[in-house]
Write a protein that binds this ligand. Structure first.
Ligand code: HMG
Ligand code: MG
Length: 301
């Protein structure tokens, strides 16, 4: 019998990854309402936005206003993406308690997404990490393109392991492995995770799967088998990266919860409440939820 983790922590990325790729900018008021609804679901980590250049990603402008206005529930972390020292200064001024730095396993994606090489990005993160330490800010690290790159195609598991290890050595408490374009399939996922686990314990790893080809849940099952107990997802299956053309949303939080609930794996998160938050943001965007579980639950009620 395969031993699955007894519990999983879900990292809700809808308010950041979910909204950063939308054609229309969602107002501060609606972003705040979305996060406040998510805060009532039992989620322990909700990504609140990104302190990136508003010229590059206008959808994440005013993250400082969003962060100031949300109802910060005790025991819930609200991390914000930070690409450089300038973003870190904004984070410190805003009083953010957790940030996420983001690198890639692909040189071409790194250039397109943050306008520098992988090595340059890691250099840029050093002063960010020092400031985080000084101000008692927790740092999560992302690696993008772990199962494929929109510009380079296949990515070697060793390349993923190298960048993940560099972020871990720098002091990131957790490394989230991102299938940015959702190209991965189960056996490739296993090979990549086994390569990364050679130098980072599974307890410090998370997975972040986009669902472009409908493979995310199958890949998440493999991640569970590999002992990974932290999963990133977005309510209503929102998401995408403006610098990964054609990539669709993150795996839907409701779908992940339905799978984990059905397997008896604890999350502490109420699927009906997440579905309500997902419905709210989908309606705000003027479309139906991309979560199959949310649609099925709505049809039953
Ligand atoms: P750059 O143009 O090379 O930066 O961009 P620069 O240092 O030359 O500065 C240019 C201008 O940007 C200046 O303003 C700076 O002040 C400003 P100007 O003088 O022209 O008026 N600037 C900033 N403004 C606000 N906040 C900042 C900031 N930094 C500089 N932090 C930069 C480099 C990294 C800033 C840019 O490329 C950028 O913001 N990229 C962000 C891209 C992004 O957010 N992508 C999506 C998130 S990653 C993702 O989705 C993947 C993930 O989900 C995992 C997965 O799925 O794989 C995490
Ligand atoms: Mg993503």
């Amino acid at each position: 019998m395969t031993a699955y983790p007894k519990s999983v922590r879900i990292v809700e990325v809808g308010p950041r990854d979910g909204l950063q790729n939308e054609k229309s900018n969602v107002s501060v008021e609606m972003r705040v309402k979305f996060i406040d609804m998510l805060s009532e679901t039992g989620l322990k980590t909700i990504e609140a936005g990104a302190f990136v250049s508003p010229k590059w990603v206008p959808q994440m402008a005013d993250t400082d206003k969003v962060y100031a206005a949300i109802n910060k529930k005790s025991g819930v972390s609200y991390p914000v993406l930070v690409p450089n020292e300038k973003g870190m200064e904004t984070a410190v001024t805003a009083g953010v308690k957790e940030i996420a730095v983001f690198a890639a396993a692909s040189e071409s994606f790194s250039k397109k997404n943050i306008n520098c090489t992988i090595a340059e990005s890691l250099e840029r993160f050093k002063p960010v990490m020092a400031a985080a330490k000084e101000h008692g800010v927790k740092v999560r690290g992302y690696v993008s393109c772990v199962l494929g790159c929109p510009y380079e195609g296949e990515i070697a598991p060793a390349a993923v392991a190298k960048v993940a290890r560099a972020l871990y050595d720098m002091g990131c408490y957790e490394i989230s492995l991102g299938d940015t374009i959702g190209a991965g399939t189960p056996l490739k996922t296993r090979a990549m995770l086994q390569a990364v686990k050679k130098s980072i314990p599974a307890s410090a790893l998370a997975v972040h799967f986009h669902d472009t080809y409908g493979q995310a849940l199958a890949n998440l099952l493999v991640a569970l088998e590999e002992g990974i107990a932290v999963m990133d997802s977005a309510a209503s299956g929102l998401g995408g990266c403006p610098y990964a053309k054609g990539a669709s949303g993150n795996v839907a939080t409701e779908d992940v919860l339905y799978m984990l609930d059905g397997m008896g794996i604890e999350t502490g998160v109420d699927i009906a409440k997440v579905a309500a938050a997902g419905r709210f943001i989908a309606e705000t965007l003027g479309r139906a939820s991309a979560s199959k579980a949310a649609l099925a639950l709505a049809a039953k009620s």
